[in-house]
Design a protein around this ligand. Structure first.
Ligand SMILES: [Zn+2]
Length: 242
């Protein structure tokens, strides 16, 4: 299928192609991940200007090619300028687009991921909470069907009314009681924050100041995302060799 099509997306990353062109990798609302050539984008008078930088939210007119599409027009949907001018915002923004890049599949529509991505970039631009990135990772995992169990011990099924959860096991996908513990230690405060993030109380979680708990939740989010991505890569490798 070739021809022109319109879509909206978030630029995940760009890389150099030839003297003045760039390849732009975009997670789009309707077409999943799209790789497209932006011609002349590296010239000082490029018609695309800064609109095709990572984290930009853009409305696009694309020409469908065999391998790579071509960006015909690009206009900004909105300005998320704090993402570029504030170092904290920029590093959070880059962390979320990198994670989205790892989970977005080429030409595989994932509109929920698109909406999550736009939502988190707006949140980051408005207020760089220390938990923005971690909350996005956990929600991303939940969206992939990897929602962690937080209310029952994953081994003996004891609820938190009867047992105190002291550990979190990535392999098992949730919390464990003292008797069953494996994986890594988790504090009761971190479990509370995780429940807020995944239980519809995101605003309350994001209002938390930086603390040992926010660090704990962030570190665990990064580990959980890496664990999931590695497992998915292995599954793909296995599928390809058999
Ligand atoms: Zn147990």
């Amino acid at each position: 299928m070739s021809g022109l099509y319109r879509d909206t997306g978030v630029v995940l990353r760009t890389y150099k192609l030839r003297e003045s062109d760039r390849i732009v990798v975009i997670h789009t609302a309707e077409n999943g991940k799209v790789r497209a050539v932006a011609k002349g984008v590296r010239k000082t008078k490029s018609k695309f200007g800064a609109r095709l930088e990572p984290m930009s939210h853009v409305r696009l007119l694309l020409y469908r090619g065999r391998d790579l599409d071509i960006v015909s027009q690009a206009e900004a949907v909105e300005s998320l300028s704090p993402l570029l001018s504030n170092l904290d915002c920029a590093s959070q923004g880059l962390a979320v687009v990198e994670a989205a890049d790892q989970l977005s599949l080429e030409r595989d529509p994932n509109p929920h991921l698109y909406r999550m991505l736009v939502g988190v970039l707006r949140t980051i631009a408005a207020s760089p909470s220390p938990l923005n990135v971690a909350a996005f990772y956990w929600k991303l995992l939940a969206n992939e069907g990897m929602r962690p169990e937080l209310d029952r011990c994953v081994r003996c099924s004891m609820s938190d009314a009867d047992a105190q959860f002291v550990a979190f096991d990535l392999q098992e996908g949730g919390v464990l009681c003292r008797n069953c513990r494996s994986g890594q230690a988790i504090s009761p405060a971190a479990i509370v924050v995780l429940r807020e993030i995944l239980g519809g109380q995101l605003a309350r979680a994001l209002a938390q100041p930086e603390s040992p708990t926010s660090h704990e939740v962030s570190a665990l989010a990064t580990k959980a995302l890496e664990f999931h991505i590695e497992r998915r890569l292995k599954a793909v490798a296995m599928f390809e060799t058999h």
